[in-house]
Design a protein around this ligand. Sequence first.
Ligand code: HEM
Length: 330
Amino acid sequence: MHRSRVTVVALLIALAVVALGSPSHADPPQGKGPDPALRADQAVFHFLLEHHKDIQRTVKKLDNGVETLTESDQPEVAKKIQEHVAAMHQRVKDGKGLRFWDELFVAIFKNHAKIAMTVEKTEKGVRVKETSDDPFTVKLIQAHAEVVSRFVKYGFDEARKVHAVPAADPETKSRFISPVIKGYGPVVPMPDTEELPKKGTKVVFDVAAVNKDPAKPLPGLERAAVLLNLAGVAGLKPGDIEVTVILHSDATSAALDDDAYRTLTGKDHPHAELMERLKEAGVKFLVCGQSLERKKLDVKKVRAEVKVAASAVSAVINLQARGFAFVPAH
Ligand code: HEM
């Protein structure tokens, strides 16, 4: 398959999984047919998330891991907690992962051989001790225990979110991730902060500035990628936020197709990949017709994903009148 088509398919699947988010959709993106064990595990997560308010949990951090107590006064919920942990214990032993779109879970299963887990049934649930001799795996275990506590506190709202891998060493391991626009606009998940992206938001990025190094992505496109990655981290689907980019002024040439751009500059189009990824995430592109004319660029050479607007100023005014927030990148 053509590489860009593979990327499109992979991205669409990943986005659908992030979008649907619930653990009943936490299957491996390229699963080979139904996996009955996974289906059974999903039914249990589902149940636990539905009954999250009936669960109490305490986590004690140890130097080499965690000790947790997770219980419920409801006998049926207590039984499901025990069932879930037994199944997850087996998955950790076998290295049989799940939630492949959530990088913390991917990291846990990658390091499964370094995790020692003991599970003790209590009258109302389980007491679990998870430890490791490897300092990074200890961080993973502790981060995972915090995520489980968040599942208990917030239920499905948390299960939709992507969880970052803790920094192995703050100097070398970045906490920045790009879950929606791969490779661009990285963000650090900050779930407990104010003003997270909201469903229903409409934004127009007014993109006029170019980088000093013209080979680097346009700052306004990076900013759009940041917003979509923040939205993904917060558990939103790309379609939950409507994004339009208007290219004008110095950024006008980004609207050209690959051949026209090469003819104009002698270089490969530096923003083509980012524009493709943004388009896959539903971003709409406009270019200012007036800027095209002023710069003597051929309107027929505008790339397929970009529509020509009468002007940037009229586009911005119309979009703002339709409720789009204005974000300048001048
Ligand atoms: C309210 C919902 C949930 C509860 C009460 C719960 C409870 C637990 C408990 C008690 C453990 C043992 C480790 C610990 O205590 O930190 C655990 C481990 C695990 N859970 Fe859950 N869980 C819930 C939801 C989920 C969901 C939605 C998933 C994934 C889709 C999941 C996947 C796992 C995995 C993979 C492990 C083993 C990895 C490890 O312990 O390092 N859990 N869960």
